[in-house]
Design a protein around this ligand. Structure first.
Ligand code: B3K
Ligand code: ZN
Length: 880
């Protein structure tokens, strides 16, 4: 058990800050083990606050106090109180502004939690969101306190030749003992979570961007020397993002300088600190031979995301952390739009929905379900969730759908104009959209407060005599923790109708005639009627996945095959193929569970044959049409998850398709297997994706010919996409050269940490026997390191979250292993530890034996002494 039960923070308890800090001056004397901080805070009472106490409470953790003074007067011990989390000054001036000067010491080297100021390799850097600033110095560490920061960094010239902070550089100089200093000033008031500093031996890759109003912005990417040749794509992505935000939202960059620093040790993807983004190297570094096409896409997406935060997050920030989705959901929506525009909107949408349905839906259906605006937390870092981010983005997307692109833009314009420089709420965002469009979104607001994935159950009735189609839509939402009963939501449902020849049937509805309409589903049950339909049309519902819901609608395999061939909506065309495969796979699962012989439905073979022979132009899209639903998506459809049957059924479909369509797969493979350097353009990416999808099918044949193809591709590849695809085909088969290929890959890339991460992940996610033994051996590999989050994720995270077959082994070894690692990480890095616990959270979805085993490990975790708040919250809520 923990030493004391941790406190829960509630949204309903929010009150405005008692004091404000208008200006801060920070001075850092940087040393790995003993950094001295001198902080000058210019404070005043907040006129908005109702509280009337004379005391001031500043938050601080793991700090060593040297001195504290008010208005030049040093404080005696009796004038303040110090505990592990706060510094309370008993009396401060009430009727005038005052100044507090604090000196304290921190130890960055001892900081393995990677929050606050820490050491990554030989570089010093910070991570302050959500509450890391209090590990740097005592402060009003809450987002509604916005201050102007001036920062001076002093450090050794050889160790820290580069000294960076937010804003513009305003001074620098030399000191004795080979030391130097640099001063930075950020003219924009910001919450302290957006503060950053970086010090180290860094090379700068520089470029420039001219804004729409003609201002020249210096762009600088800082990396370690050996990575200088991997920054071009990140730089181009940044320029693309800056242009896109101007063109799409009319938003221009505000400072004269935009800096990005790439660090090896980082708890998440990246951080949007004002003017000085700190990035996980994973989302910056790319060269065709080291990064896959997906890596290239993710880099562009994350660079865009952090850049877009400059407006949605920094210029307009969150009042409190319950409003996190205000900036995250909105910014994810913006980065999704950006990536779609840069690549293919159809492909991007499918990828996003796929991720949402496999991962966020599971979160929403389990013990950790929460609304996109949560109402309570123990540790806010636990709420950077798929729900807040991805479902949050879906909620913004629905607003975009309801208002139309122009109306949504008008609303955003008003939001940014009305709230620039403020810390606001989700309510303020919705209000701005309403006001700008003269609409009311009262019922829609429930999306912010209700958790769980709504289910739409659709029935159709065609009346030949009146030529009418009636669609009855029922909505419901399963109970989630603390929310047993849900009220109906406002759900936009996009609809199209197809005539028998596959063409669009006109929708006559409420006096208008259109090819596609958006239905406003607002009640628990509603019937929509469509007239002038001489024949029964095929319904294409929830086009573009217009709402984050589960759709239940009876469909025959033939109807799905028809939609896969003819639906003009690219999302629903893909979705029809998915649902076709889901139905086929579930029939096989039934057969497996009844020990019956397995047979593949011919309709899916025909459907795949037509996909294989009709490219339609977008090869990435064609590759997606060929991808079977993932095991995790299939799990989500099962009352009691049977990992083995799911795996076996899906493999059977894949192998049988490969056998029956062997010639077609081979032909496409050969056609698109060109000698490519790995240039990242849509054409080349599509060719690689399609070809490698074919290779993945062919590898199921386990024959010499395919072994040869895979090995050839592995050794001759000049880009990482092809090399990884070939290695993956080899590792997930009985290929005789498996060990040799893995060794050769390791030797080739041992200097490239991000590539070695892939090497770990590939082995951790293998479906072949002995994977668990391999994972255990890899834990002892010299390249494995518990203090490097990327490495932990690549091995422990990959095994527990992306290898259901082996993680859920019936002897419980996977669960025990995960709990061991969670407890080891708990002391080192609570944020990473608590992310790993989520592998056990879904225990109720498994059979009784597995439930018992998973629960046992969760109980073991909760019973451990000195458990971090992070791990305690996730483990105890999972058990609740
Ligand atoms: N805002 C950061 C995430 C901070 C996570 C803190 N535990 C990155 C992002 O969403 O852009
Ligand atoms: Zn973000």
């Amino acid at each position: 058990m923990r030493d004391a039960s941790p406190q829960t923070v509630f949204l309903k308890d929010y009150t405005p800050p008692e004091y404000l800090i208008d200006q801060v001056e920070l001075n850092f004397d940087l040393h790995e083990q003993r950094t001295q901080v001198r902080s000058i805070l210019n404070l005043r009472r907040n006129p908005q606050s109702q509280e009337r106490s004379a005391a001031l409470t500043l938050l601080g953790e793991e700090l060593q106090l040297v001195s504290i003074a008010i208005d030049g007067q040093p404080l005696e011990q009796s004038q303040y109180l110090l505990d592990g989390e706060a510094l309370i000054v008993h009396e401060v001036p009430q009727d005038r502004p005052f100044q507090i000067v604090i000196e304290n010491i921190i130890n960055p080297q001892a900081n393995t939690a990677l929050e606050g100021l820490y050491l990554s390799s030989s570089m010093l850097c910070t991570q302050c969101e959500a509450q890391g600033f209090r590990k740097i110095t005592w402060f009003l560490d809450r987002p509604d306190v916005m201050s102007r920061f001036k920062t001076t960094l002093t450090g050794d010239k050889s160790k820290y030749p580069v000294l960076l902070s937010n804003g513009n550089k305003v001074g620098q100089g030399e000191l004795e003992n080979n030391r130097h200093w640099v001063s930075w000033e950020d003219p924009f008031a910001k919450p302290c979570y957006l503060f950053a500093l970086v010090a180290g031996q860094l090379e700068c890759v520089a470029d420039e961007f001219v804004t729409m109003s003609g201002r020249r912005i210096a762009l600088e990417i800082f990396v370690e020397k050996h990575n200088v040749d991997k920054c071009a794509h990140a730089m181009q992505s940044l320029k693309n993002a800056m242009r896109w935000d101007e063109e799409t939202y009319g938003l221009e960059y505000d400072l004269d300088l935009y800096m990005i620093v790439a660090v090896d040790h980082f708890n998440m993807g990246a951080m949007e600190n004002k003017g000085l983004n700190v990035f996980n190297t994973k989302f910056v570094l790319a060269r065709p031979d080291t990064a896959t096409d997906s890596d290239y896409e993710h880099i562009e997406g994350v660079i865009g995301h952090e850049y877009f935060h400059n407006w949605s997050g920094n210029r307009v920030t969150c009042r409190d952390w319950f409003q996190l989705s205000l900036k995250e959901g909105f910014t994810v929506f913006r980065d999704q739009q950006f990536s779609g525009d840069r690549t293919s909107p159809a492909v991007k949408r499918i990828e996003d929905v796929n991720a949402l349905r496999t991962r966020q839906f599971a979160e929403d259906a389990g013990p950790l379900a929460h609304p996109i605006r949560p109402e309570a937390y123990i540790e806010i870092n636990n709420f950077y969730t798929l729900t807040v981010y991805e479902k949050g983005a879906e909620v913004v997307r629905m607003l975009h759908t309801l208002l139309g692109a122009a109306g949504f833009r008008k609303g955003c314009d008003l939001y940014f104009q009305r709230h620039d420089g403020q810390a606001v709420t989700c309510e303020d965002f919705v209000k701005a959209l309403e006001d700008a469009n003269g609409v009311e979104l009262e019922q829609f607001r429930r999306w912010y407060s209700q958790a769980g994935t709504p289910v739409l159950t659709v029935g159709q009735q065609y009346d030949a005599e009146s030529q009418q189609l009636h669609l009855t839509i029922q909505q419901s939402c399963p109970p989630t923790p603390n929310q047993p009963v849900k009220a109906p939501l406002h759900i936009p449902v996009k609809l199209g109708l197809l005539a028998a020849d596959g063409s669009a049937a006109t929708i006559h509805y409420n006096g208008s005639s259109q090819a596609e309409i958006t239905l406003n589903v607002t009640e628990a049950e509603q019937t929509f009627s469509f007239a002038k339909l001489p024949q029964q049309p095929v319904v294409s519902l929830l086009r573009g996945f217009s709402a984050p819901v589960t759709l239940k609608m009876e469909r025959s395999l033939d109807e799905l095959a028809f939609l896969l061939r003819h639906d003009s909506d690219t999302f629903n065309r893909w979705e029809a193929g998915q649902q076709l495969a889901v139905q086929v796979i579930f029939k096989l699962i039934d057969a497996i569970e009844l020990s019956r012989p397995l047979q593949l439905e011919p309709v899916i073979v025909d459907a795949y044959r037509s996909v294989l022979t009709d490219s339609g132009g977008d090869l990435s899209y064609q590759a997606l049409l060929l991808a079977l639903p993932e095991e995790s998506y299939l799990s989500g459809q099962m009352a009691i998850i049977d990992v083995e049957a799911i795996h076996q059924a899906r493999e059977f479909v894949k192998k049988t398709l490969a056998e029956q369509l062997h010639a077609e797969f081979k032909q496409l493979y050969v056609q698109h297997h060109l000698d490519e350097s790995g240039i990242f353009d849509a054409g080349a990416v599509g060719r690689r994706r399609l070809k490698n999808a074919c290779l993945s099918y062919l590898s199921k044949l386990e024959n010499e010919d395919v072994y040869h193809i895979a090995e050839q591709q592995f050794y001759s590849a000049r880009n990482m996409t092809d090399q990884m695809a070939a290695l993956s085909a080899i590792v997930n088969s009985n290929h005789p050269a498996k060990a040799r290929s893995l060794d050769s890959f390791y030797m080739q890339w041992r200097q490239e940490a991000l590539v070695i991460d892939k090497w770990f992940t590939l082995q951790a996610t293998s479906s072949m026997p002995n994977t668990f033994a391999t994972v255990q051996a890899l834990m002892k590999h010299p390249a494995f390191d518990m203090k490097t989050p990327n490495r932990v994720r690549s091995l422990i995270g990959a095994f527990s979250q992306a290898n259901p077959l082996h993680f859920h082994a019936i002897n419980g070894e996977g669960y025990r292993f995960l709990a061991d690692q969670v407890l080891a990480l708990n002391t080192l890095n609570p944020q990473i530890a608590s992310r790993m616990v989520t592998g056990l959270a879904q225990w109720r979805r498994y059979d009784a034996a597995r439930q018992g085993l998973m629960k046992q490990q969760l109980q073991r975790i909760v019973a451990t002494e000195h458990l971090s708040k992070d791990v305690y919250e996730i483990a105890s809520k999972s058990l609740a």
